[in-house]
Write a protein that binds this ligand. Sequence first.
Ligand code: HEM
Ligand SMILES: *[C@@H]1O[C@H](CO)[C@@H](O)[C@H](O)[C@H]1NC(C)=O
Length: 508
Amino acid sequence: MDSGVVPWLERHWTLSLVLTLALATLLPQILKLYLRRQRLLRALRPFPGLPTNWLGGNKRYEPEEELQAFEELPQKYPSALPLWFGPFHAILFIYDPEYAKIFLNRKDPKTSVAYKFLIPWLGRGLLILHGEKWHYHRRLVTPAFHFNILKDYIHLIKDSARMMLDEWEKLRTEDSSMEVSESISFMALDSVLKCTFSVQDLSKENSFLNTYFQNVSKIANLVCSRMYSFFYHSDFIYKLSSDFQEFRALCQEVKKRPAKIIQDRKAAFKNPGEQEKIQKKKKYLDFLDILFQARDAEGGGFTDEELVDEVNTFMFAGQDTMASGLSWTLYCLAMNPEHQKKCREEIQGILEDEDSITWDHLNQMPYSTMCLKEALRLYPPGPKIGRQLIEPITFPDGRSLPSGVIVILNIWALHCNPAIWENPLVFDPERFSPENCEKRHPYAFLPFSAGSRNCIGQQFAMILMKVGLALTLLRFELFPDLEKPPVASPQIVLRPKNGIHLHVKPLH
Ligand code: HEM
Ligand SMILES: *[C@@H]1O[C@H](CO)[C@@H](O)[C@H](O)[C@H]1NC(C)=O
């Protein structure tokens, strides 16, 4: 009997060959990971952070806990905080206005994870693109958001809002609260769909709007659970999951209708007589009309596929964000009756009834606008935006990072940073009085981001939220349901987990 490994391996030469090969392929991988970790450790050295262990990284926060944690963290770690996810992945959170200013005036791509997960749905629309291609799209899309175009949309938004309020009237009861955020979300989607495609009878065609709404919500949920389950960040692993099967099927479904509408519209465009007839009936240009007509200096425009991607991007970037903004605003006003009263008086002072609201009114409600902004500060609908550094960055305090690192501007933490905001968790609309705004750093309040990649839909969003707010306050008084407080959950959009429960009492 011989012991000893070498003679044993000599006898089992096939096995030893396999072992050697395996080792030879694995070693470079292991070395690569090791070097990656060393590089990240070195890069993040100037930024002290939470205790980590090499295998697990930091304490893992649930989405909702993360918000709570960032009420305290900025005091201990000013301006920035690294977070480790396991041994090989780390990001740097920033939440300081000076940091934000530098970060938002660069050209780093959004290859950081969450955006990538949206590609099967949004394709390569404005939100995801970068570089030359982004610039080209941005130029072609910008005219669609000109106020001359937007001011015609007030009627469409008003109709959607009234439909929602009629529904509330039917569903409300004397003694129990109702969940409002889902119907607000539905209203936002209805508005975006009308303004984009002018499909006027969508609300009657309830089965489409309903299933589209449900499908889009499901997609957002799937992307979100992928974001928070680190295992699924690997495409390879994700593709083996049942989530992926559902995700892919849903993406295909929700793209069908927009693609069909675009085809039909294109056919109509080829026939000028038909086109004129449609336009006369409609009396305004919808987003799709503008995108169709968009031409660059050489006369080029969007391809069909690009149009589908842009249109889907509007649906995604608009619906949930506006719904979140308006839902949280109504919640804040329900919690703060004295401010609710002031807003209502302001609105009653300019509007006779729901139907009379026009573009001009929207500039005559300064107090309500201050309340809206204060709600967007406390509950920014887009709580985090990320980039992967394309070249090194140096922050104003001298600390720097090499290219390749993922940096995330934590807008929520910025908006609650006690170094900038006094009593940050208190709802106080006076923060947005003209005097106070002037005193503040221009990058302290960034619900719509800033710089060249700011939100292209921000005026549209303000219009919708103002119309929604004004009509709601004209019709109902709002009270919170203290037994069902909402929980803010920073998914891609800051959503109220379990909804927002309010008592709504008709004024008349
Ligand atoms: C309250 C509502 C909204 C909020 C808080 C919001 C917030 C934001 C933020 C923070 C960004 C920057 C994202 C990043 O840099 O990664 C952004 C970008 C964008 N938003 Fe909005 N948004 C809102 C409504 C809308 C609406 C209604 C539309 C369109 C109909 C829209 C379309 C876009 C697009 C296309 C971009 C990408 C712009 C670019 O990169 O050039 N958003 N939005
Ligand atoms: C929503 O998804 C279901 C099932 O995947 C599909 O049957 C339906 O046509 C979809 N509807 C829309 C409007 O996307």
